[in-house]
Design a protein around this ligand. Structure first.
Ligand code: WT7
Length: 627
């Protein structure tokens, strides 16, 4: 596809959106009943659907059709274990494993529409579990294995899961993290759950609750034939939680037909995937990137997807590039934080490998700074691989802004142009559209098949968060700038969320955890710029009247955040202060605290509503920043 055909196709996808998407729906997806309807409803109606008269099964699309097309002996998954052991799984084998897993779920009485929580390491069984749910019409909600038992409970309760699929432990580098133990702690508080299936990987299975099923012994008894259940295009496929600006995570709901089409078409075009290539997305399946670009997009396209259990620095910081050579990876898709952390280790770890198989590099999750972009391009890509800086969100289902490999307009730091069917618009605070070279709020106009349909059980919050503020637009929560060539660069979050190493966290989530401490009265969490993680968390707490700061206060606060959310949410810095700057109406002015935590002690913009200016000076002194 050259530049001209990109704009031809793009214009077609916008002006004749239904025709474009119905054509692509037939080209990319096998339907048991082909759709004749494209989009119905609209964002202004707060209700929209895609391909509503179509029927299909996602697991059939990701497995059976490739087997039926004679590609059963082609590798579906290359699994690289933490300890440098590896395994390949063909499409034939994937079909058997997923069918058996589906029958195991059915044998536990799990039915279409019921919710199943998947809390797993990066092992092939995690993917079998996702596809098995899709095969029988159960709705999965994957919870990242790094989340705490408390975070697991709140997600299970919100989505009303009937079963949990988990593993004994997670192996990452030198660490072995007990996973089933966290499930056992959670289960007391999860009345809807009556089945726990545990895949034992490194230890012997031992029954600890009355709900326990030993996967390894149960699955061998299952038949390897399970007919995929035809689903309506708008039946739910999965719920995935993401942080919002209040304390409660949002259960983003994706449905079947639109999602799988959008995941597969973006995977095919943006990574220019060719049959027999090895494709590696380094994300964990606990995040949307793992859903769309480790599992659904690549498997729907019949690709070979590499699944890595470990971490980039074990046994050495050369690990990623050794994996690339070992499995002759053609396409790698990773995050700016990983790139920056490996860049900091020095080029010798890269130079000891050849990476000659690499053809395309991808980046996702946070803005990539030009320095990291250039290192990725020059050192990793030997100046021969284009970089796809892909912008999207849990809510968009798939990549929404990105160059295509054939584009000639790559620019460090720019995600550049919209994918087919996506209309990015830049507006100001008042909702007025801005044209030409400009900077403002990123909104998307018009629906696309991969768009979230709602927040699970919370249509009101869905409309409130994304649709009501600027009617007719989907609000992304990101800032954006457009240069004189029309290329787009994402500038970062503009709401009360923080992007730490490409993972979103709500300020309110962290603050609600901090104020659980008996001595803490109020808390504010802000993002401080960080050379590797992009941003890190700094938190500021005030203590209850008459309470002195105890010597272990900061450690206790860090423990609470790990317990309530997970250790990746731990603040890097905690400051105990006399008071927090507030507006006259009592709202914490995080903007000012954020400026100070980033070393700026003046030029706070409009401070006319600040009710306690003395708090600002106190914080500046606390951080040792006075001039
Ligand atoms: C937020 C979505 C969807 C991928 C994983 C994160 C930020 C994502 C980019 C990029 C600048 C990016 C945005 C977005 N983001 N990709 N290429 N350049 N920022 O999914 O947890 O839903 O987070 O990640 O701020 O809104 P998520």
């Amino acid at each position: 596809m050259n530049e001209k055909t990109y704009s031809d196709w793009y214009n077609y996808s916008i002006s004749d959106s239904d025709d474009f998407w119905l054509e692509k729906a037939k080209e990319f997806i096998s339907w048991s009943e082909e759709p004749t309807i494209g989009q119905e409803g609209s964002m202004s109606e707060r209700n929209y659907s895609w391909f509503s008269d179509g029927k299909l099964n996602v697991s059939y699309n990701c497995i059976d059709r490739h087997v039926n097309n004679g590609r059963g002996n082609h590798n579906a998954i290359i699994w690289e274990g933490n300890d440098e052991n590896s395994l390949t799984i063909t499409y034939d084998e994937l079909l058997i494993n997923v069918s058996k897993f589906s029958n195991l779920l059915k044998a536990q009485g799990i039915k279409k529409g019921e919710k199943v929580c998947i809390y797993m390491p990066m092992i092939p069984e995690a993917i079998y579990a996702m596809l098995a749910c899709a095969r029988i019409g159960a709705v999965h909600t994957v919870v990242f294995g790094g989340f705490s038992s408390e975070a697991l409970v709140s997600r299970i309760l919100d989505s009303e899961c009937v079963a949990i699929i988990t593993a004994d432990v997670i192996k990452r580098g030198n660490k072995t993290i007990p996973l089933k133990k966290k499930v056992d702690e959670a289960i007391e508080k999860c009345p809807t759950v009556s089945t726990i299936i545990t895949v034992s990987t490194y230890t012997e299975f031992s029954q600890t609750t009355k709900y326990d099923i030993d996967y390894n012994t149960a699955v061998i008894l299952m038949s390897d034939i399970c007919e995929p259940l035809p689903m309506n295009s708008e039946d739910p496929l999965f719920i995935l939680y993401t942080s919002g600006s209040t304390g409660k995570p949002k259960g983003v709901l994706h449905t079947t037909g639109g999602y799988i089409l959008y995941a597969s078409i973006t995977h095919k075009y943006i990574f220019d995937y060719h049959t027999n290539e090895v494709y590696w997305c380094t994300a964990d399946i606990g995040w949307i990137t793992g859903h769309s670009y480790v599992v659904y997009g690549p498997l729907a396209n019949g690709a070979t997807t590499l699944v890595f259990e470990g971490v980039p620095t074990f046994p050495t910081p050369a690990r990623y590039w050794e994996i690339v050579d070992k499995h002759e990876v053609n396409i790698i898709y990773s995050t700016p934080t990983t790139i920056r952390s490996l860049m900091a280790q020095g080029d010798e770890y890269v130079q000891s490998t050849s990476r000659k198989s690499l053809r395309i590099l991808g980046s996702v999750g946070e803005p990539i700074n030009p320095e990291a972009w250039r290192w990725y391009s020059k050192v990793i890509g030997r100046n021969t691989c284009p970089i796809m800086d892909t912008w999207w969100q849990t809510e968009t289902g798939g990549i929404a802004i990105s160059p295509l490999p054939c584009s000639s307009n790559l620019k460090p730091g720019f995600a550049t142009q919209p994918f087919f069917g996506i209309t990015p618009v830049i507006i100001n605070e008042e909702g007025e559209e801005l044209f030409g070279e400009t900077e403002g709020i990123l909104v998307l106009k018009g629906s696309w098949p991969g768009q979230l349909r709602s927040l699970y059980n919370d249509k009101e919050r869905f409309a409130e968060t994304y649709l009501n503020k600027y009617p007719g637009y989907y609000l992304t929560g990101d800032g954006v700038k457009r240069d004189s060539d029309g290329a787009l660069a994402i500038t970062g979050r503009i709401d009360d969320t923080l992007n730490i190493s490409g993972r979103l966290l709500g300020t309110a989530e962290i603050e609600s955890a901090l104020i659980l401490h008996k001595d803490v009265s109020e808390a504010a969490a802000v993002a401080t710029s960080h050379p590797v993680k992009g941003w890190s968390i700094s938190s500021f707490v005030t203590l209850n009247n008459g309470t002195e700061e105890k010597p272990r206060l900061k450690e206790e606060l860090v423990d609470i955040v790990s317990r309530e959310i997970g250790s990746y949410a731990k603040p890097d810095k905690i400051y105990c202060v006399e008071s927090l700057p507030k507006t006259r109406s009592g709202k914490i002015m995080r903007r000012i605290i954020r400026e100070i935590s980033n070393g700026n002690i003046s030029g706070f913009g409009d401070t006319s509503t600040l009710s306690n200016p003395e708090a600002v000076g106190q914080i500046i002194r606390k951080l040792g920043l006075e001039s």
